[in-house]
Design a protein around this ligand. Sequence first.
Ligand SMILES: C[S@@+](CC[C@H](N)C(=O)[O-])C[C@H]1O[C@@H](n2cnc3c(N)ncnc32)[C@H](O)[C@@H]1O
Length: 191
Amino acid sequence: MGGLINWHMSKRKAKVFADLPSNVVELGSGVGANLRYLAPGAHLIAIEPNPYMHRRLRRAARRRGVDLEIRSAVGERIDLPDDSAEAVISSLVLCTVKDPAAVLVEVRRILRPGARFSFAEHVVAKPRTPTRWSQRILRRPWAWVFEGCSCERDLTSLITAAGFARVEVDRYRIHSAFVPFNTQIAGTATA
Ligand SMILES: C[S@@+](CC[C@H](N)C(=O)[O-])C[C@H]1O[C@@H](n2cnc3c(N)ncnc32)[C@H](O)[C@@H]1O
């Protein structure tokens, strides 16, 4: 399913992940869906707590020529110094982490002043819409099937409230069969 999802998100991802520097920190890299947006030779610190992802992630990084360093930490507690990251990226992660507000505090803490957090995430739909109803009705089976994922998070508000100097967010809709997942945001937050 990853390929289909990435196809739906590819235009927005290409925009927000364009021109990444050669040192990047990624939250929840999974099996490497975003390696393609890094230049060959780039250094990626992957904050990926699930050890079952690591082998495929390493293999994908080798294929893409990305110099990979995996940290088995969670985004809520990133083991990197303050003001050290040139860029932080994430896709489809803030829906799954236990505490997205705490993750955003960490992202801001590790970013150098003026550096960017670039994200592509799915979010809660507008109230009283069929998509919102589907998100409400399906929330339990959805979380069960997709390992704790929530389609009910207002991530735009959380990112805006996280104390970044500037936030740019595009809200858009994809047209997949997974209706609760179709309301999306992509953007950047500058430290
Ligand atoms: C839906 S997958 C997305 C993977 C990849 N970013 C993509 O777009 O295909 C969510 C990822 O977040 C990771 N994850 C879950 N909780 C996390 C946390 N607290 N901090 C960092 N990553 C987390 C999972 O292990 C998983 O790899």
